[in-house]
Design a protein around this ligand. Structure first.
Ligand SMILES: [Zn+2]
Ligand SMILES: [Zn+2]
Length: 184
């Protein structure tokens, strides 16, 4: 439940004053808000303060205000395979009913604080759900060489380390060289 202590000047707090609690009253808004802190998972997230572009529709219904929206946000992270920085973006949609009264709402439902509602939790949940736990810089990122740690994308084609074993050394030259790089 939303605590009844919303700051009307906080960027993610929206006033529903003009809907006047009239079921059917509706307003659309497009706005750009600074990303709150800690929107993300371990290896990727929305940088704090980055521009988040929102298109939202506020609609008064019997029990409260229904918010339906999409948000477009930049992402920064780190490739789980090669540790290269990832710069991308995400678009999420969310919908949340903010109840006028706690009597109508269940434990996990959101409440209006007077005429105010806080969009941040709905946005946060929607973004976190779409983020990969193991983000990659590209689908075919081959990661790091397990021997020397070089990024394989930047290495010579066929990069590998010959492990010279005395038993095999004398056979070298007798058979065509094989590239024993293992697919990872
Ligand atoms: Zn990578
Ligand atoms: Zn190597």
């Amino acid at each position: 439940m939303t605590p009844h202590s919303l700051d009307p000047r906080a960027p993610w707090v929206i006033s529903t004053h003009d809907l006047g609690r009239r079921p059917g009253a509706m307003r659309r808004m497009s706005l750009t808000l600074p990303a709150p802190a800690n929107i993300g998972v371990d290896m990727i997230g929305v940088p704090q303060g980055a521009d988040v572009e929102l298109d939202i529709r506020l609609e008064a219904v019997m029990e409260g205000v229904l918010v339906t929206g999409t948000a477009h946000a930049p992402l920064r992270g780190e490739c789980a395979r090669c540790l290269e920085e990832i710069v991308s973006d995400t678009e999420v949609s969310f919908q949340e009913l903010f109840f006028y009264s706690a009597e109508d709402a269940a434990e996990d439902d959101s409440l209006l604080d007077g005429e105010l509602l806080d969009l941040e939790p709905a946005f946060r949940d929607a973004v976190v759900l779409t983020l990969p736990l193991s983000p990659v810089c590209s689908e075919d990122c081959s990661g790091l060489c397990s021997e020397c740690g070089i990024r394989l994308a930047e290495a010579e084609p066929g990069h590998g380390h010959e492990v010279v074993d005395a038993r095999w050394a004398k056979l070298q030259g007798l058979v065509p060289e094989h590239n024993n790089d293992q697919e990872s």
